[in-house]
Design a protein around this ligand. Structure first.
Ligand code: ADE
Length: 226
């Protein structure tokens, strides 16, 4: 998979050099290129935004730098993701879908958003997705691009050292994950549930499923359609 990220604050994306995406890069499964959008501006001040037509507060990101960046990066056939609070809300199912793509280009918006024509034009040459990290407003789309990248990259086949750990985690089966324990069996007067020490795999599986269901019902009834 190749990921390109366009931002006026490329330093925000520095963590991609570390941790999980860093490992995938080392394994040759992933190529990530972070680009400073201002390299596609041509005035002395490297202006990437302007006032909105029709008036109103805030600034809008200009179309030309994104247009030139898309031309140079040859986005044709890629999946272009605009991170925006008005997009579809990101979740594990969408992460799975995106993990099948060969090429993803993130366009990170700032201010009041990006000139709509950038999105409309990209749609004529690429698969366009507008994605929100959740129902709250960030200062820009960079943190969203970072989070989406991390969630997607760990699903690339061959990326996880132990793929079994993907199967049982929260959201993969529509439920939250059961509580986990490790040694010691007793700590500060708190004991690990007996069933986990019993060695009965069937009982352990049943207990874990019941815990997952209870947690989900308590914390996220929306996942159960309740
Ligand atoms: N930019 C600002 N807020 C955002 C959000 N919630 N998701 C994605 N991009 C954003």
């Amino acid at each position: 998979m190749r990921i390109d990220i366009l931002s006026i604050f490329p330093d925000y994306l520095a963590p991609l050099e570390l941790s999980l995406p860093g490992k995938a890069r080392a394994k040759g499964l992933l190529e990530i290129h972070v680009h400073d959008l201002r390299q596609w501006t041509h005035d002395r001040h490297n202006t990437a935004d302007d006032t909105p037509y029709g008036g109103g507060a805030g600034m809008v990101m200009k179309p030309e730098p994104f247009g030139e960046a898309f031309d140079e990066l040859e986005i044709d056939g890629a999946t272009v993701i605009f991170t925006t609070p008005s997009g579809e809300v990101f979740n594990q199912e969408l992460a799975r879908e995106l993990s099948t793509r060969e090429r993803i280009v993130f366009a990170c918006g700032r201010y009041e958003g990006i000139d709509q024509r950038v999105i409309d034009h990209a749609r004529t040459r690429a698969e366009v997705r507008e994605i929100s990290l959740g129902d709250y407003v960030l200062n820009g789309g960079e943190v969203a691009a970072l989070a989406i990248t991390e969630a997607v990259v760990r699903l690339i086949p061959g990326f996880m050292g132990n793929p079994d750990s993907l199967v049982e985690e929260s959201h993969e089966d529509g439920l939250l994950e059961y509580p986990s324990y490790t040694k010691p069996a007793s700590w500060r007067g708190l004991d690990v549930p007996d069933v986990l020490l019993s060695g009965h795999h069937g009982e352990i599986a049943r207990w874990r499923l019941a815990q997952s269901e209870e947690r989900t019902r308590e914390r996220r009834p929306d996942l159960l359609g309740e």
